[in-house]
Write a new protein. Structure first.
Length: 210
């Protein structure tokens, strides 16, 4: 049989202590994502420890990095060929389709990737709520945590039509259908092409600056 060797991930959390505040916040968007898509206990841990993480507590940062790496490894290992029907590694893209539209629409570099993902995550949560999949309180919970991490929770006012145009170029568009990562619950993400364009547009408008 094939020889399998476990992979070792080395993370020097001391480097995180020298990051500019904005960069640290941007990185936290991806960390929070794991709690929202599949790890409710981790989300609860983040809610309890976010202030310490933002204060760059080394032990807390190490725990957050370890848990994030473990979550990513589990998702990728379970979907090595990217064929999982329930979303598989595509679930790692929570907020990214909306976020990529923000990055492209504003010009790359204006928004950090994590900032765009954070605002996009709120749009995904808002859309999930409008579809009746999560409660309004769940949206507020995600927004509050992202705010505490110093992240933007409203997108730039590009207009829903421009967002949809930019999103139509996303690699997750299959046969003309846009597959989005949405929430069926906090800690339970799915990929879905069920959202009508009008609901996507309404969610975008609700989460954008004028």
């Amino acid at each position: 049989g094939a020889f399998w060797q476990p992979k070792l991930v080395l993370a020097d959390t001391d480097t995180l202590k020298s990051l500019p505040e904005r960069e640290l916040s941007a990185g936290m968007a991806e960390v929070i994502k794991y709690g929202l898509i599949r790890d409710l206990p981790f989300l609860e841990w983040l809610e309890a420890n976010l202030d310490g993480l933002m204060a760059r507590d080394g032990e807390l940062l190490a725990q957050a990095v370890e848990r994030s790496c473990a979550n990513k490894a589990e998702v990728v290992a379970a979907d090595e060929l990217e064929t999982a029907k329930e979303g598989g590694r595509a679930l790692l893209n929570l907020g990214h389709t909306f976020g990529h539209a923000i990055e492209a629409g504003m010009g790359y570099g204006e928004w950090l990737h994590g900032e765009a993902v954070a605002a996009g995550t709120v749009m995904a949560a808002e859309l999930s709520c409008r579809l009746g999949w999560i409660a309004r309180g769940d949206v507020d919970r995600a927004v509050h945590l992202l705010c505490r991490a110093g992240l933007p929770v409203r997108g730039p006012g590009l207009g829903a039509a421009r967002y949809l145009e930019l999103m139509s170029h996303d690699k997750k568009v299959i046969a003309g259908s846009l597959r989005l990562v949405l929430l069926k619950g906090i800690g339970h993400a799915v990929t879905s092409a069920e959202a009508p364009a009008r609901e996507i547009a309404a969610a975008i408008e609700a989460c954008c600056d004028a």
